[in-house]
Each structure stands twice: as structure tokens, then as C-alpha cells.
Design a protein around this ligand. Sequence first.
Ligand SMILES: *Cc1c(COP(=O)(O)O)cnc(C)c1O
Ligand SMILES: [Zn+2]
Length: 407
Amino acid sequence: MNATGLKCIECLNESELSATAYTCPKCGGNQDVVYDYVKIKNLFSRETLSQNPDRSIWRYKALLPIDESVAVPRVQIGWTPLYSYEDWAKDFGIGNLFIKDDGRNPSASFKDRASAVAVVKAQEAKAKFIACASTGNAASSLACICASIGMPSYIFVPKTAPEAKIAQLLVFGAKVLAIDGTYDEAFDLCIKASEEFGWYSRNTGFNPFTREGKKTAAFEIAEQLNWSVPDYVVVSMGDGNIVSGLHKGFRDLFEVGFIDRIPKLIGVQAEGAMPLVTAFNNASPIKPVSTNTFADSIAVGFPRDATAALKALRDSDGKAIAVSDDQISAAQTLLAQRGAVFAEPAAAAAFAGFLKLADSGQFNSRDNVAIVITGNGLKDIKSVLGRISPLPIISPDIESVKDYINR
Ligand SMILES: *Cc1c(COP(=O)(O)O)cnc(C)c1O
Ligand SMILES: [Zn+2]
């Protein structure tokens, strides 16, 4: 293993790496995994990587906090497609537009990257159970990855989570605690229960290995673009763990000399849940909010990886912006009809953020922009059905087809 320790993101205290060392022993802050980049540089190059036939996040084991020899879940995680839209980019007056479709993961969201690494750490800790709180996707992801290795899971979700995500939980066999409360309440309860019952905790940000799993998307974007990174990477933010993960991934690649610059990261939130945007734009501490958005996966009132997320935006010279639910709906439709990618609302929020910035003249004609689509639209079809007019019913004869065409 090339990870050497943990470093607190708040007080910079350094401590020993262990699967169950969650938050900082000194101040309780979230921790960052530290690596021996000199060692990694000596055994890992762009050339050795290019000869690795593994098309999953595990091709980057040298940059993950796990042993090379460790058994990993059998379902394929990561190496999702990065689509290039040269023609569409012209409409926006930019160099190129890339869409990374992370809805193409085993449980249909980006969260599989984090669950996979957390589950390997849970096995290392010889845990009997693993638990997490989730707005829905971390939950269905953990349930899926646990099913792939036969580990039981306890999942805390707000009872309002979309039906398809709850169906995934039940089908994959998780023990589900549907909380009569918000995600933020489910999170605190899950941490308490995990301590009380000795479950391994996959809670986002609180568990430092979720960020390590999520950073693999940055590795893939860079490698899929032949190590010429985009100027901007746009992603939506709830807890802020994906954006901090992407930043960690690009920083890792920079440290080992695979890339020569770090893209500007743009974090997008829904107007009805924008504590990170407010804190970033006012350079103020996080003020918890009550949430009001149909983009359930980013309906987070108290972001659990805020310090690292804000640092990622600042250090990459990025931006934080908010979009309305109407803008998210419009972006979801456009992305499907022009880009052929069906995104759930929280994922479409990233595209809405891009549209808003493109409109405001943020990008120049040479800029390459990559947008990470974090979850599949089939997870929440109610969000779409609500705005489609009633489906016309046709009698089974050619006259009716003629009527339909000529309408
Ligand atoms: C979890 C999630 C996000 C936000 O990720 P954070 O790490 O909470 O910021 C965005 N989109 C989808 C689809 C998600 O499931
Ligand atoms: Zn600390």
C-alpha cells in the first residue's frame, strides 16, 4: 500500500492510517489520506498503466489506500464513458464539451466509486456490518456493492427518497431504516448507531475513504483525454465529497507527474439547498439550511465535506454557482435530447450550471469543459413524468397513426 497516513483537513494533525480511523483524534475534523508520491512515481507510470487491461477503478490501485493483492468487489466500478461533443461545443462557442456518464455504474450512480473502496476497508477492518446514511444513491450503491461480496448493510434514508432508489435497496437485500426526517438527521443517527453497534461506517466525508474512491473519476477523465486535462470540470454538490474527490484525484496525478495542471472545478448546487455556494461566495462559514429542491441527491442542508469542498474550489481557481429547479428540468431534457444521456435531477444540475455559465460568457473559444453526470435518470422518473403531457392513446389501426402524424 502506498498510503502512509491521515492528515486532518481542519487542524492538519497527522495520524496513523487505519480502516476505522474516521475523523481527527484531536479536533474531530474530516481527514485526508496521505501518500508516498516518490514511491508511487518509481513503480507507476503512464506507460505501465496503459498496459493494464483492467477497465475499472482498480487499475489505479497504486493511488488508492488498499493493498495491491486485496480482493475487490466483482461488479465493474468506474471506467465509465467520456463522450465528446465537438459539434455541440460550437453552439456554446467553446473548444470542446465532454460528458462523463457515471450513471453507467453497477447501481447507476457515481457513489459506487466510494462504496467500493469503503467496502474493501470494511473487510480489512473485519467488520460484520457496514452502515451509511444517504439521500438515496450512497444507500443503493452500498447495498449493491455489499451484495457483490455478501456483506450485510444497514441503510438510513429519509422516507421521502425516490421509489426506485428504495426498490434498489430492498432488491439488493439491505436492512433499510426509512427515517421520518431529513438526510441530515439520518446522517447523525447513523453515526450514533454505528458507534453503538460496532458497524463499519461508510458515511460520506466522515469516512476518509469515500473521497479516495470518488477521486478515481478524475483519474479516468485525465487518462481518457490522453493526459491533456480539460480547462473546467463541472459537477453538482451535496455534501461536497465528489468535488473534493475530483480535486484530490487531479492533485494526485499532478504530484506523480502524469498531468501538468489542475482543471478549474465548478461546483453546482440547487437554489433550494446552496450552503456551499453561499459559503464560497461570501467567504463565510457554512450556515446550515433547510432544503427545498426536487434534486433529492443534492438536498443537503449541512454538507459533510464542506471544508475540503471549499478548498477544492478555491485551490483550483474554480467557482460555485446555484441553479433553480426549473433550470435543472430544462437541462435534464436538453441533455437527453441532444446529448443522449438521461440524468437524474441532481446530475442534470451540473449541466444546468454549465448552461448558466456558458450563457454568462464564462468560457472562451479554446476552453474544454467536462461535465460529470453523477446519476441515471431512471432512478427518479417521477421528476420527468410530472412535466410530460398525458400520453395520447392510439387505436390499433393505420388511420389513427395518420391522425397522430398529422396532428
Ligand atoms: C451524491 C450525489 C451528488 C453529490 O455528491 P456529494 O459528494 O454529496 O457532493 C450529486 N449527484 C448525485 C446523483 C449524487 O448521488
Ligand atoms: Zn484535526
